[in-house]
Design a protein around this ligand. Structure first.
Ligand code: MLT
Ligand code: ZN
Length: 475
């Protein structure tokens, strides 16, 4: 079927108002957030109902047309971008954006895939409940993408990742049938946990159209600090001390290097260094409670003072009000944007056991210093989860070409080291198209074989997000 035929059949199937075909309309769907890939597509489907998604997949399955599910397009790995063939259609979930239900007594919400994460947080809030997933892109990323990539973010140390928030899913399978486990049960041991397979599958097994999610008590008290530490080892020590001292109230614990402050204060309007003089490393930590208590700030202050007396902390400041707190978070959350503005970057989204994270940083940094003179390290992230964005940016004045030429060797060295530390080369950004070869390199052969078997079982015609996570043809 040529592109013209395909468009007219899809138009009949979905209705012309649910299909984009003009070049200018297709444009925003052709490149990924980091501009690593540029694909082509004959059409973008914009269904309004689950039934339309089901009809679309049944048609594509029958006619062997590849389907690329698309949410807020914030993937770092090209997971939602069609390939260059021009044969794959894009399926945007953005019109499936209803909050179907918020049930405070059941501590749950049922939301559709196209809901913006921040809207789900607000819906929970208006029922006096809390939805904990929180990311820099929460104002534009969509729940379907959060589920499909098992998103992490800044509250994982306390609440876990997106998978931990899921009670049930509604999924359209590649043959068009709808599999719904949209219950809100806390316990359900009835056979294989199929819904878990779709979380993190990046749209390669089917299309998630809705999810039932856990809600939590509203946050009623918080204390936030921005503190300088001598090194990552001190950050890890401080994390343990704070977890102990606060009765496990730490909800975020982020590591920030000096260069993170240099980049954000340079490129992002309104960002300021919270401290009077520069240090090499910082942590941004937050304690929260669902009780109306005023003890969090004294606990945080006491723990920081004790750490200060032992050299675990060098300096620090507590947020005195919501404006301060927001300023700390703005600094942290705009590091990726500042990195992007500053020039080319190489990203490594790694995780190692928390206790060995300082060793990892030391060894990986030494390798970078010795082997990538055109790069500078921008290593920051969710140290509370052992997850660092061990990124490099083109150094000021360095040639972009020479810097990018270091990419293969750098990736290999960093990811080999991650393997030596029993870690993961993709902690929260997934595989997409970018890391397919890395998965083949670092997954055990048994794991890879089972992944291909699962793919074959759900999607025998290979129509779902072809070429993402796994190569279309196993090697
Ligand atoms: C973050 O935590 O800010 C992101 O996941 C971004 C990144 O890897 O650059
Ligand atoms: Zn992150």
């Amino acid at each position: 079927m040529d592109a013209k035929d395909l468009r007219s059949r899809l138009s009949v199937l979905l209705g012309a108002d649910c299909l984009l075909t003009e070049e200018a309309q297709l444009e925003p769907f052709l490149t990924d957030h980091r501009k690593l890939y540029r694909g082509r597509t004959p059409a973008v489907a914009l269904p309004r109902t689950v039934e339309q998604v089901s009809r679309l997949l049944a048609f594509c399955n029958e006619n062997r047309v590849g389907v690329v599910p698309h949410g807020g397009n914030t993937s770092y790995c090209g997971g939602a971008t069609p390939d260059e063939s021009g044969d794959q259609i894009v399926l945007s979930l953005r019109r499936l954006n209803r909050i179907r239900n918020v049930d405070p007594l059941n501590w749950s919400a049922v939301v559709e895939a196209g809901c913006i994460l921040a809207d789900v947080q607000r819906a929970a809030q208006s029922a006096d409940r809390f939805f904990p997933l929180s990311l820099g892109s929460e104002g534009s990323c969509q729940i379907g993408g959060n589920l499909s990539t098992n998103a992490g973010g800044t509250n994982v140390v306390r609440y876990g990742m997106m998978r931990d928030q899921v009670l049930g899913l509604e999924v359209v399978l590649p043959n068009g049938r709808v599999m719904s486990t949209l219950n809100t049960l806390r316990k359900d041991n009835t056979g294989y946990d199929l819904k878990s397979l779709f979380v993190g599958a990046e749209g390669t097994l089917g299309v998630i159209t809705a999810a039932s999610l856990k809600l939590y008590p509203t946050i009623r008290a918080s204390a936030t600090a921005f503190a300088a530490v001598p090194n990552p080892q001190a950050a890890v020590t401080l994390l343990s001390e704070l977890r102990d001292a606060s009765g496990d109230s730490v909800s975020s614990f982020e590591l920030i290097p000096r260069v993170g402050i240099d980049l954000t204060t340079k490129h992002i309007p309104g960002v300021q260094d919270p401290l009077d003089r520069p240090y090499e490393w910082y942590v941004l930590c937050e304690l929260t409670s669902s009780r109306y208590i005023d003890t969090l700030a004294p606990i945080l202050e006491g723990a920081l003072e004790s750490a200060l007396s032992r050299g675990v902390v060098l300096d620090g400041v507590l947020a005195q009000n919501e404006r301060h707190r927001e300023a700390f978070w703005k600094l942290r959350e705009t590091i990726p944007e500042a990195q992007r503005i500053d020039g080319a970057s190489l990203k490594h989204d790694i995780c190692v056991p928390i206790a060995v994270l300082p060793d990892f940083v030391e060894r990986a940094s030494a390798w970078v210093r010795a082997n990538v003179p055109e790069g500078r390290l921008v290593c920051y992230g969710h140290v509370g989860d052992g997850n660092l964005h061990f990124n490099l940016n083109q150094a000021p004045g360095a040639s972009q070409e020479a810097f990018m030429a270091r990419e293969p060797a750098t990736k290999r060295a960093i990811h080999d080291l991650v393997r030596d530390f029993c870690g993961s080369f993709s902690a929260e950004h997934g595989i997409g198209r970018l890391k397919v070869a890395e998965l083949e390199t670092y997954a055990q052969p048994e794991e890879l074989a089972m992944m291909h078997a699962v793919k074959q079982a759900f999607d025998p015609n290979g129509i779902m997000n072809p070429g993402k996570v796994l190569r279309s043809e196993p090697r």
